[in-house]
Design a protein around this ligand. Structure first.
Ligand code: BJW
Length: 225
């Protein structure tokens, strides 16, 4: 009963119509990372950041899971052993595609977080800068997103899953952002077979034992079949 741990990134949602970050016309070509994806950027201009995530939330609500999301749910349903999906994505396409065991290590567009007391609650479709926290009442609502310099969620649990993996798979992630980019090294250290699914080898591509090159909707579906 082999345990499969799967890390996904923006590339798995690209064919659903959500831009990736580091493509030539991706999100970081349109917005300065320092402005929209750091706590310092949020302190400088909360309205800019909240509007950036309002637009992303609206876009995510309009798209649907693609064949790669559905294939992972099928794998989980049919595999004789544990399947764990760790996503860096903040959309809900894995959930809507049917995946059950899922970790959002970089947070979620559907969440709001109090910058003052850390209380979490469901985000409205349109957040406003200065919205009050329902728990402490501070005007400190922010998107529940892990920005640069912040600790990704559930790290202890994720590291435990990776240490037990028999197969570690990364799908549609550029391998530029840590700690996620370091998971392949941890999985290899634990003795897992490692497979990368991408349009091209990632920044940590040389650490994978096997590569499946091409659009995830095809390569992941073929792998699961
Ligand atoms: C397809 C496809 C198709 C396209 N089919 N494939 C120096 C060295 C090492 C680390 C650091 C350092 N300086 C600073 C750091 C730490 C920093 C970091 O990594 N910085 C780097 C830039 C160097 N990391 C952090 O700050 C993290 N926190 C942290 O480290 O805490 C301390 C800690 C210590 C010890 C243990 C644990 C923690 C936090 C990182 C937060 C990242 N946040 C973001 C934005 C918020 C979310 C959002 O707004 O959506 O998360 S950044 C952005 O990048 C987003 C993504 O989740 C993340 C990864 O991007 P992803 O998914 O890989 O997308 P792309 O666009 O880069 O790649 C897409 C890929 O898909 C490409 O390869 C395409 O080819 C492929 N593709 N179509 C298959 N159809």
């Amino acid at each position: 009963m082999r345990k499969i741990v799967i890390l996904t990134g923006a590339g798995i949602s690209a064919e659903s119509g959500i831009e990736t970050f580091r493509a030539e016309d991706g999100l970081w070509a349109q917005h300065r990372v320092e402005d929209v994806a750091t706590p310092e950027g949020f302190m400088r201009d909360p309205e800019l950041v909240v509007n950036f995530y309002n637009a992303r939330r609206a876009q995510a609500a309009e798209v649907t899971p693609n064949a790669a999301h559905r294939a992972l749910a099928q794998l989980e349903a049919e595999h004789d052993g544990e399947v764990v999906v760790i996503t860096q994505n903040v959309d809900d396409l894995h959930e809507r595609g049917g995946t059950q065991t899922l970790y959002h290590m970089h947070g979620h567009l559907k969440g709001a977080l109090c910058a003052s007391c850390d209380h979490r609650w469901p985000a409205p479709m349109v957040m406003a800068a200065g919205d009050a926290c329902p728990s402490c009442n501070a005007p400190a609502a922010r998107p529940d997103i892990v920005w640069f310099g912040e600790m990704p969620y559930d790290m202890d649990v994720l590291v435990g899953h990776i240490a037990q993996a028999d197969i570690f798979v990364a799908i549609g992630t550029s391998g530029n952002v840590y700690p996620a980019a370091g998971f392949v090294a941890e999985a290899r250290h634990a003795g897992a077979h490692t497979i990368e699914f991408n349009l091209e080898p990632s920044a940590v591509g040389n650490q994978f034992a096997e590569h499946r090159i091409g659009p995830a909707s095809q390569t992941v579906t073929e792998w699961v079949a």
